[in-house]
Design a protein around this ligand. Structure first.
Ligand code: NDP
Length: 232
């Protein structure tokens, strides 16, 4: 998807929309959640660290946004049953889902492949692609209940061109791009659901600091809020 640099979403763009953001407690997910709420969305804050989600919840309330919801979930241990239980809870609470931002991500280690720990590889694949795929499957009926729903997967430049030492992270982002192509094609013209991947670009977060400890943060974007274009 190409984004217009000067794109300005209408203040009420997401009014009456229900949007779920994974990894909403920190970094890009937090910024996106705040921005969606600021544009009128009821945001479901999903993540593994409840204290962080509560802080975002409080920030949204303090800013006068629609009351958000917190959904604690750790992708590492999450099972199919967890995803289906989640869908049932959200169905009872909201009845539909208009937007789903897959943002939670794990960097793993930047290391030569011959030294890559297989358990860590599995963890990264679980958090970055396998968990989100099965969560998407469980949530499809709720997305179908929306007039026009949007699913965004967060990708990366290393999901389009491999880079030495980036191991599972890079592979998981290639898989993300592939899955988005498959699902978007499958739902094209026969569904109300759009599926896109989005590369946020270098952004000043904990993940970026870990990946590039020697790089000056001034070269990255600092995003207090961020409106990943779920609509518009
Ligand atoms: P951060 O490390 O700052 O945040 C990652 C988020 O994912 C956190 O909220 C974290 O929760 C959550 N998370 C991690 N593991 C799990 C898990 N097992 N279960 C549930 N939630 C989990 O990363 P960024 O904000 O930088 O990255 C967000 C997305 O953007 C990622 O998909 C990343 O690959 C992508 N991206 C980032 C770029 C950048 O420059 N920052 C560039 C390109 C892509 P907790 O806080 O509790 O650990």
């Amino acid at each position: 998807m190409s984004c217009k640099i000067d794109y300005q979403p209408a203040p009420n763009l997401l009014e009456n929309r229900v949007v779920l953001v994974t990894g909403a407690g920190d970094g890009i997910g937090r910024a996106a959640a705040l921005s969606y709420a600021n544009h009128g969305a009821t945001v479901i804050l999903l993540g593994r660290t409840i204290a962080k989600l509560e802080r975002v919840y409080d920030e949204i309330e303090a800013a006068g946004g629609p009351q958000p919801a917190i959904f604690p979930l750790n992708f590492e241990g999450a099972t199919l049953k967890d995803f289906h239980d989640m869908a049932e809870t959200l169905d009872k609470e909201f009845g539909r889902l208009d937007g789903l931002l897959h943002n939670a991500g794990l960097l793993g280690r930047i290391t030569p492949f011959e030294q890559y720990n297989p358990e860590l590889w599995q963890q990264v694949m679980q958090v970055n692609i396998n968990g989100p795929i099965w969560m998407t499957q469980a949530l499809l009926p709720l997305l179908q209940a929306s007039e026009d729903a949007s699913i965004i997967f967060t990708s990366s430049s290393v999901g389009r061109k491999g880079r030495a030492y980036w191991g599972a992270y890079s592979v998981s982002k290639f898989a993300t791009e592939g899955f988005v192509d498959v699902l978007a094609d499958e739902l094209d013209n026969q569904s109300n659901i759009r599926v896109n991947s989005l590369n946020p670009g270098a952004t000043r977060t904990q993940m970026r600091r870990t990946a590039f400890p020697g790089k000056t943060p001034l070269r990255c974007v600092h995003r207090k809020t961020l409106c990943l274009p779920i609509y518009g």
